[in-house]
Design a protein around this ligand. Structure first.
Ligand code: ADP
Ligand code: MG
Length: 327
């Protein structure tokens, strides 16, 4: 199983930031409202995540570390209507096959915490009692220690950490209700308290996208049928010199989607010169059955069943808003 898991890891675990993404998504799926990350040496030495989510019961720990074991999907019908961020059930197994992974967890209903790790070629899971508050901690040490070819592909600690920081930024922009903390080599890099008021949200937006964006971006909300678009968009006139803040989410998942980017660019139209970059933080929501997220394990792509409709809706929603502003 170790080799099979390592091959699967090739798909999901490209670098420390991909590990962080899988771990954070698991915490969010578990309903966590507090997520703390401690990173050492760009994540190649240590990635530690702590959450206050629902936890994993003692008897589920072995399963959580096994490949193709997911608690999130039980039928084909579920696969057509994915609402959780994870669904393949292979992230933890993959990560633990290319690192030294320890999982410690305590569901609120259980009076003691338990810890698990999988070792050796047979990936035998050892379970032992531990001390831990409600929630889950996962520690990933020495990423790629047993796959030297992959390890050689890692860039400098600084570069790897910047990928992690960018990821946390993107996640924090999609979950204002969650408090985030991120440290590197013992130094706190980000501390973002949960933001439940408009003022607190504005503050987080300024911390992540800059003061200029937070002050000048326009909040929009638009709905057509079952499709909803909301978020912030910067007027073309303010796009000059703006370090481009370009973030879009589909049903809460971060996306780099060609169709959406094309629609956004088209909405600015002539207002935007060739040197100017659009800046936006946009959330598209639609019936989960209308979008396929099961395109690739890295999951940055989606397929819309009604691509044309989605595209045209985004263009019209944004160009209306931008035109009103420019006028
Ligand atoms: P997936 O997210 O696709 O289900 P993973 O390998 O990422 O697969 O996780 C396996 C299982 O472990 C999840 O289905 C979930 O039940 C459990 N799990 C992982 N991380 C957490 C967490 N932080 N809190 C609660 N449960 C978790
Ligand atoms: Mg997962």
């Amino acid at each position: 199983p170790q080799l099979a898991n390592q091959i699967a890891a090739g798909e999901v675990v490209e670098r420390p930031a991909s590990v962080v993404k899988e771990l954070v998504e698991n915490s969010l799926d578990a309903g966590a409202t507090q997520i703390e990350l401690e990173i050492e040496k760009g994540g190649s030495k240590k990635i530690l995540i702590r959450d206050n989510g629902s936890g994993i019961a003692e008897q589920e720990l072995v399963l959580a570390l096994s490949r193709h074991a997911t608690s999130k999907i039980s039928s084909l019908a579920d696969l057509e209507q994915i609402c959780s961020l994870g669904f393949r059930g292979e992230a933890l197994a993959s990560i633990s096959s290319v690192s030294r992974l320890t999982l410690t967890s305590k569901p609120a209903a259980q009076d003691k915490a338990w810890q698990a790790s999988a070792e050796g070629r047979d990936m035998a899971v050892q379970v032992r009692p531990a001390a831990h508050p409600d929630g889950t901690s996962i520690e990933v040490l020495d990423l790629f220690f047993n796959t030297p070819a992959r390890r050689r592909f890692l860039r400098s600690d600084k570069t790897e950490f910047s990928h992690i920081d960018e990821l946390i930024k993107r996640l924090a922009l999609s979950r204002f209700d969650v408090s985030w903390s991120l440290s590197h080599n013992g130094q706190q890099v980000r501390r973002l308290p949960a933001a439940s008021t408009a003022i607190a949200r504005q503050k987080r937006l300024a911390a992540l996208c800059g003061r200029q964006f937070a002050e000048q971006a326009l909040w929009i909300e638009n709905q057509y049928d079952q499709i909803r678009l909301s978020g912030w968009i910067l007027p073309a006139a303010a796009c000059q010199g703006q370090p481009a803040c370009q973030y879009s989410y589909v049903n809460g998942r971060m996306m780099r989607d060609k169709l959406l980017n094309h629609a956004i660019r088209q909405a600015y139209g002539e207002q935007l010169s060739a040197e100017q970059q659009p800046a936006f933080v946009l959330y598209l929501e639609l019936d989960p059955g209308e979008v396929d997220v099961n395109v690739h394990p890295a999951k940055h792509e989606v397929r819309f069943h009604q691509a044309r409709l989605v595209h045209d809706f985004v263009v019209s929603a944004l160009s209306d808003a931008l035109q009103q502003l420019a006028a």
